[in-house]
Design a protein around this ligand. Structure first.
Ligand code: G3H
Ligand code: 13P
Ligand code: ZN
Length: 332
């Protein structure tokens, strides 16, 4: 058993309390490899932002849990070396079973999500409660989920979303003891969130998708005052990188993501964790495709992974400063 405390990590409790009070959200950025992890830490140190390093079940299998635990230790030391001891959480994204959550808790994760959102309500309550009881013995915080997002939720996919029912949230939180709650208000996973046909054009000619269900969010907030709310599926699908991928041999379909101003509005409310994965994938893939297309004789991985890391860093800095509002809050 390795406690996250030995690794220098923190759980989400204080971080979320400060974010809810301060009207900003913490970036929960998914990573699978060293360059993504470096980019996230460099960006968050530079903007002085607290951060949640997020590992999906797929990423855990891809990277290996022993390496991840030691990378997390390294991340804390790396942030210190870069000049700011930002608070860092290592979080399991979309845990699907008690066993997966336990394994992560035993291996130095400071926060886990148990995603019982596709189960019948009572089963979701029972599973989430079991994870909370184990996690809290080690001061690990737990995220639960009510409502289903469209798209792929880490191997669980749903064609349609089911918005969170506000009338269930108080009962769920009090019965399970969760520390935060992911809700479904119109976001979805992956790069294909809205087709252009589902959008309208604003005065500047930019495609705007249907607005998130801020009415549901407000009702949840009213029923759970000050309680930390989480938004999954919050990539904005930067058109710059979609174009770059397609210009250099990719074949992505047209798609529109969650507008940044809507995320900023959500971050000012009880939403204190915003999950972003796909935007990082787009930035990384676009940059790598561009370098390889422009320098076809290049075969040193550092020559394309290095620029990809720079693009990621720039993107995460932009998220922290302009979207989440977390910049400058690392030492609150
Ligand atoms: O919510 C899903 C995340 O984007 C993780 O995706 O299972 O492909 O690592 P993944
Ligand atoms: P995106 O696919 O919108 O980046 O969402 C990521 C996510 O919710 C991870 O849990
Ligand atoms: Zn998710």
């Amino acid at each position: 058993m390795t406690s996250y405390k030995e690794l220098g990590l923190v759980n989400t409790r204080d971080m979320f309390a400060k974010a809810v009070k301060g009207g900003y959200a913490i970036g929960a950025f998914n990573f699978n490899n060293m360059e993504q992890m470096q980019a996230i830490v460099q960006a968050c140190v530079e903007t002085k932002s607290p951060v949640i390093l997020q590992v999906s079940r797929g990423a855990r299998d891809y990277a290996n849990i022993n390496l991840l635990r030691n990378m997390a230790r390294g991340v804390v030391e790396y942030a210190h070396e870069l000049g700011c001891d930002i608070p860092i959480v290592l979080h399991l994204d979309h845990g699907d079973s008690f066993e997966t959550c336990k394994d992560c808790i035993d291996n130095g994760f400071s926060s886990v999500m148990i995603d019982g959102s596709s189960l019948p309500y009572d089963e979701n309550v029972a599973l989430t409660k079991k994870v909370v009881e184990y996690a809290h013995q080690y001061d690990v915080t737990v995220e639960g989920e009510l409502g289903v997002l469209a798209g792929i939720e880490d191997e669980v996919s749903s064609a349609v979303s089911h918005y969170t029912k506000p009338e269930e949230v108080e009962d769920f939180v009090s019965k399970t003891g969760v520390d935060s709650l992911a809700i479904s208000v119109g976001t979805s996973h992956g790069a294909y969130k809205f087709t252009p046909e589902q959008c309208t054009r604003n005065a500047e000619g930019i495609l705007v998708p249907p607005e998130l269900r801020f009415d549901i969010l407000a009702e949840v907030e009213k029923r759970l005052p000050g309680f930390p709310i989480v938004l999954h599926g919050s990539s904005s699908v930067p058109q710059e990188y979609v174009k770059m991928i397609n210009e250099f041999g990719g074949k992505l379909k047209d798609s529109v993501g969650i507008p940044e101003d809507q995320l900023r509005k959500a971050a000012a409310s009880a939403v204190c964790k915003i999950n972003i994965d796909s935007d990082g994938r787009l930035a990384m893939t676009g940059t790598i495709r561009k370098v390889l297309a422009e320098k076809p004789s290049e075969f040193d991985p550092r020559k394309y992974l290095g620029p990809a890391r720079e693009a990621l860093k720039k993107m995460y800095m932009h998220k922290n400063i302009d979207v989440l509002g977390s910049a400058g809050h690392a030492l609150d």
